[in-house]
Ligand binder design. Structure first.
Ligand SMILES: [Zn+2]
Length: 432
């Protein structure tokens, strides 16, 4: 449900500009109904979920690692057992599993010398972190579902804390200050748990890519990542006792904007947007890019744009001067589309945000913009900027999710409580 764009891409390094005056005119809140049409949101149907109660430990997250593939290679570097959908006794077990192919066949799922009739197979390692799928190590277990003679769906069932440890290093450089990493851990945990609640009837909760949160198992699980997870163990953001999707993005460019405006919901204060003022150091704070009119016409050919392209004009702006409506005039007529739809068509790392101006430079169009990503929720570069100025995790989260509360959903083991970091964070006396 998210379309985020992270700090990691180095493509199209923008030229820093001293000043960028974006038109503030037209920065009027528009109706959600109209925007949900224009922006492809969910029309305000996004729900908030009750916080899960009486959890004794981290719940499981189902992460889709591969979908629609015909074959996969799995290995286990230690004792393991394999179960079919009937459960009960394992159909196979061993001291270790050498790399073995799982293949979709017409009559079922081929796994080594076994053929599982349409259904699923579960590979359960005895020790955490010994599972390997396609060369990447994971904690938890693997479930592979047979979808058709050509399609498998591979799901990692992993506890929420291990999942977050496998996410934060892919969503934020682990060299960033601790307070920012902790804020990221809490946002990632909250977002995932929201999906766990919202997708109970779906075959999985999140994917491992940018449409959810980037998760790469053990590959980015360093000591710093684990420390950020352990010191915030079980802590999520909530609003009036409910879970909300804690969106985040690379750089807001000055202010964050309402989730309701971008995604159609939820329309609550923690996702209502506000001033940032801490992300100027981001290379995406202001950017400029030039595209030929032919390139723009080609990118919009699927929407009926016929070359030559005559002009691109911003018609309406929304919160934070983000573009609500663009009009493209071409040889075949006029196309009106949202700023977000234009970004998707041109490439979200080309047009880095929907806060932009466009200027006609003859054969070419010159775009000047601010920020990278959808600008909803936590601004990651802003979180870093705050941490560098001495603000703590709680203050960072209060700025980007105003009014949200921090709640610990389950008890932490004594070893985790030893440094008192979580208790201090919850009590609001954490230095970080
Ligand atoms: Zn910002």
């Amino acid at each position: 449900m998210r379309r985020r764009h992270r700090w990691r891409s180095r493509r199209g390094e923008p030229r820093r500009r001293a000043a960028l005056a974006l038109a503030a005119a037209g920065a009027v809140a528009l109706g959600c109904g109209m925007l949900s049409c224009v922006l492809g949101g969910d029309g305000g149907r996004a729900e908030l979920w009750e916080l899960p109660r009486a959890l004794r430990g981290a719940p499981l997250v189902r992460v889709a690692l591969r979908e629609g593939v015909a074959a996969l290679t799995v290995a286990v570097h230690g004792p393991y057992a394999v179960f079919d959908e009937r459960g009960g006794e394992p159909v196979a077990r061993g001291a270790a599993l050498a790399p073995t192919q799982l293949r979709a066949e017409k009559s079922g799922l081929a796994f080594g010398r076994y053929l599982f009739r349409p259904g699923f197979v579960r590979v359960v390692p005895e020790r955490s972190g010994t599972l390997e799928l396609e060369g990447t190590r994971y904690r938890g277990e693997l479930v592979v579902l047979w979808r058709s003679g050509q399609e498998l769906l591979a799901i990692n069932r992993v506890d929420l804390e291990s999942y977050v440890a496998g996410v934060i290093g892919n969503e934020m450089p682990l060299s960033w200050p601790e307070a920012a990493l902790r804020a990221q851990a809490i946002a990632a945990r909250s977002y995932a748990l929201y999906q766990v609640q919202a997708r109970r009837r779906a075959p999985y909760d999140v994917t491992d890519g940018a449409s959810s949160q980037v998760y790469r198992g053990l590959s980015q699980e360093t000591e710093r990542a684990r420390a950020a997870v352990h010191s915030t163990l079980g802590v999520v953001l909530s609003w009036r006792g409910r879970l909300f999707p804690a969106f985040f993005h690379s750089t807001c460019g000055g202010e964050t904007i309402p989730a309701a405006w971008v995604f159609g919901g939820p329309d609550i204060p923690p996702l209502g947007g506000g001033p940032c003022g801490f992300c100027e150091a981001s290379r995406h704070y202001q950017w400029e890019v030039e595209l030929s009119k032919d390139e723009v016409a080609a990118a919009l050919a699927g929407r009926g744009v016929v070359p030559p392209l005559v002009s691109v004009a911003v018609r309406e702006r929304g919160p934070g001067a983000h573009v609500a409506l663009v009009e493209v005039t071409h040889a075949g007529g006029r196309l009106r589309l949202s700023g977000a739809a234009l970004r998707r068509a041109l490439g979200t790392s080309v047009l880095r945000s929907s806060r932009f101006e466009v200027e006609d430079a003859g054969e070419r169009l010159r775009w000047r913009g601010a920020g990278w990503g959808h600008a909803v929720g936590m601004c990651q570069f802003g979180a870093r900027g705050m941490a560098e100025r001495g603000y703590g995790t709680r203050e960072i989260l209060q700025r980007y999710y105003p009014g949200a509360e921090l709640v610990a959903l389950y008890p932490a083991p004594a070893s985790t409580l030893a440094d008192g970091a979580r208790a201090a964070l919850l009590a609001g006396r954490s230095p970080h």
